[in-house]
Design a binder for this molecule. Structure first.
Ligand code: ZN
Length: 161
C-alpha cells in the first residue's frame, strides 16, 4: 500500500545537515514508526513521503520552514542564576523544562554563562537548520482503530504503553 493518512509507516533514515554531519539516524534494526497525517514528523518530510511504498527510498531536502522552523531570537533570554532552583552546576548545553507565559511546557537550553547571567534559548535545536534525509520505507500498514484514537503508532519503534 501507498503512504497516506491513517497509515502506520516504518522507516529507516539518516538525517544530515548542510555540512553532511549526521544529526540523527534510525537503522533498519531499530526503525522509526509513526502514524502518517498527524504531524508526528516534520511537515516537509510527511509531504515528501506521501505515496511512497515499502521498499522505496527517497532523498528529501527541506528548508527550515518545512522542518523545525526558522529561529526566533525572541526566544533567547538572559536570566539570573537564581532563577534555577537546582543544586546542579549549570553548564552550556543543559536542557530544562520551563513554562512559558501561556503556561505551556517548553524545553530550553543553556547557550551561554557569564557571571550571574545565564543565556537560555527556547528554539528547537534544529530551528533554522536545513535538513537532508535519506529515507527507506520499510513498511506501510493501515493504522488500528486504537492507534487512530490515540493519534500515534503502537508497537516496535512506535509508542510503547
Ligand atoms: Zn497509544
Amino acid at each position: 500500500m501507498q503512504i497516506g493518512d491513517h497509515c502506520v509507516v516504518t522507516l529507516a533514515y539518516t538525517l544530515r545537515d548542510d555540512a553532511g554531519s549526521v544529526l540523527d539516524q534510525a537503522d533498519p534494526g531499530e526503525p522509526f514508526t509513526y502514524l502518517h497525517g498527524r504531524q508526528s514528523i516534520v511537515p516537509g518530510l510527511e509531504r515528501a513521503l506521501a505515496g511512497a511504498q515499502a521498499g522505496e527510498s527517497r532523498r528529501v531536502s527541506l528548508a527550515p520552514a518545512d522542518a523545525y522552523g526558522e529561529r526566533n531570537e525572541d526566544l533567547v533570554q538572559v536570566v539570573g542564576r537564581d532563577q534555577f532552583d537546582t543544586q546542579a552546576t549549570l553548564e552550556v548545553g543543559m536542557q530544562f523544562h520551563a513554562r512559558d507565559a501561556k503556561g505551556q511546557v517548553q524545553t530550553v537550553r543553556i547557550t551561554g554563562l557569564s557571571g550571574d547571567e545565564v543565556t537560555v534559548d527556547a528554539n528547537h535545536p534544529l530551528a533554522g537548520v536545513a535538513l537532508h534525509f535519506e529515507v527507506e520505507v520499510l513498511g506501510v500498514r493501515p493504522a488500528s482503530a486504537e492507534e487512530l484514537a490515540h493519534g500515534h503508532a503502537h508497537g516496535p519503534g512506535g509508542h510503547g504503553h
